[in-house]
Design a protein around this ligand. Structure first.
Ligand code: AMP
Ligand code: MN
Ligand code: MN
Length: 333
C-alpha cells in the first residue's frame, strides 16, 4: 500500500468539527491506548472536547496515562462530525464503540500503521512503515506545527515503546529513536513507561505461562502452544490472552514462526502470530480474516482448538517455505 498521509486535509476536518469521537481496537494494547490518549489530549489542546472510547475501557496497567479516566466503554446517544479510528486495521476491530460511532458520524479518519489496513474511512493517515500508530500521530502533530505537551508525549511514547517491545523489533529505524528523543524531551518519562508496561507482569501471567509451557511443540520451524479456556480460567483470567507468551516463543533459535492458539467462549480461537525477519505472518493472518504486520499478526478463527490448528498449521508451513525460498539466508533451522 502506498502511504497516503493527508495531514492538512485531516487537520482541516478536525478543526471544522465541533463533535469528535476517537476509537481504537478491542483488547487494546499500549499503542491503542497511547494513540487514543495522545491524540485525545492533543485535540483538547486544540480547543476540542473529544469523546474517547474503547470496548471494555482502559486496561488497569495503562491507567497511569494522562486522560485515562475520561475514556468511556459505551457510547452515549449522540452524533459526531468526525470519528477517528486509531491503530485498527479494519472496521470490525473497533468493536461495538466503532460500530455505533460509524453509524452516528459524518466522516471517518483512518489513522493506522498496519500493512493489512483495509483502507476504510474517507481520510487516510496510514503508514505501514511507522512502528506504531502513535508515531503517525506524532508526525501529524509535527506536520501541523502543534506543540507536544507532556500529556501528549507520555501516551505517544508508550505506543512507540510497547509496539517495538522496547525498540527490539525489526521495524525500528533511526527515525524511531529520533522520535523517542523528541517525546522524552517534551516531558515523557521512559522510566515510568518501562516500569508500567514492559517491566511489569501480574503473577497470574506466570501461572498462564506455566500451563502454556506444557503445550509447547516445535515442528518445521514453527513453535506453537495452546491456551484452553480451562487453563485461562485456572490462571485467573476472564478474557482470552497469552500474556505475551508468543513474544517469548519467537525468541527460540530453532523457530522462525511462533503461534499461540487461545480458545474463546464462543467456539472460536484467537491466534497470535510472530515471525523472524524474512517470514510473513501478516499475510497468513489476513487470509484468515485478521491482520497485523509481517512480524506480528493475529486473527480470530471459528472452530475448536483442534479444528483451527488443522486449518492454520498448513498455512504457517507454507509461510516458512515461502520465506526460505525468497531469502535462503534467513533460515535459521
Ligand atoms: P497480538 O498477538 O494480539 O499482540 O497482535 C499482534 C498484531 O496483530 C497487532 O498488530 C494486532 O493489531 C494484530 N491483530 C491481532 N489480532 C487481530 C485480529 N483479530 N484482527 C486484526 N489484527 C489483529
Ligand atoms: Mn495495537
Ligand atoms: Mn500499533
Amino acid at each position: 500500500m502506498i502511504p497516503n498521509l493527508n495531514w492538512t486535509e485531516a487537520a482541516g476536518a478536525v478543526d471544522a468539527a465541533s463533535a469528535i469521537l476517537i476509537v481504537t481496537h478491542v483488547s487494546p494494547d499500549g499503542d491503542a491506548i497511547g494513540s487514543l490518549l495522545g491524540l485525545g489530549n492533543a485535540l483538547v489542546e486544540r480547543g476540542k472536547r473529544p469523546d474517547l472510547a474503547v470496548d471494555g475501557g482502559v486496561p488497569d496497567y495503562l491507567r497511569f496515562l494522562p486522560g485515562a479516566d475520561a475514556v468511556i466503554d459505551t457510547l452515549p446517544a449522540k452524533t459526531w462530525d468526525v470519528m477517528i479510528s486509531v491503530d485498527a486495521s479494519d472496521e470490525t476491530r473497533t468493536g461495538r464503540v466503532g460500530e455505533v460511532g460509524r453509524a452516528n458520524s459524518q466522516l471517518v479518519i483512518n489513522l493506522d500503521h498496519h500493512a493489512t489496513n483495509t483502507g476504510f474511512g474517507q481520510i487516510h493517515l496510514v503508514d505501514p512503515a511507522a512502528v506504531s500508530a502513535s508515531e503517525v500521530i506524532a508526525r501529524w502533530l509535527t506536520a501541523i506545527e502543534q506543540p507536544i505537551t507532556p500529556a501528549i508525549a507520555q501516551p505517544l511514547l508508550t505506543g512507540l515503546v510497547t509496539d517495538t517491545i522496547g525498540f527490539r523489533t525489526s521495524s525500528v529505524r533511526p527515525e524511531t529513536l529520533d522520535l523517542a528523543r523528541l517525546l522524552m524531551a517534551a516531558g515523557a518519562s521512559l522510566q515510568t513507561i518501562m516500569a508500567r508496561t514492559l517491566n511489569s507482569k501480574p503473577y497470574k501471567a506466570l501461572m498462564l505461562w506455566r500451563s502454556a509451557m506444557q503445550h509447547i511443540a516445535l515442528e518445521d520451524g514453527i513453535i506453537s502452544s495452546d491456551i484452553p479456556l480451562a487453563d485461562l480460567h485456572a490462571a485467573g483470567y476472564d478474557e482470552p490472552t497469552d500474556a505475551d507468551f508468543v513474544n517469548l516463543l519467537i525468541q527460540v533459535d530453532e523457530a522462525v514462526i511462533a503461534a499461540v492458539f487461545k480458545e474463546t467462549l464462543d467456539n472460536a480461537v484467537e491466534l497470535s502470530l510472530r515471525s523472524k525477519l524474512g517470514y510473513d505472518v501478516g499475510a497468513v493472518a489476513f487470509a484468515l480474516g485478521g491482520g497485523g504486520h509481517r512480524q506480528a499478526a493475529g486473527a480470530t478463527v471459528s472452530g475448536t482448538l483442534a479444528e483451527v490448528r488443522e486449518r492454520v498449521m498448513p498455512l504457517l508451513r507454507a509461510a516458512v517455505e515461502q520465506g526460505k525460498s525468497v531469502n535462503p539466508s534467513c533460515s535459521v533451522f
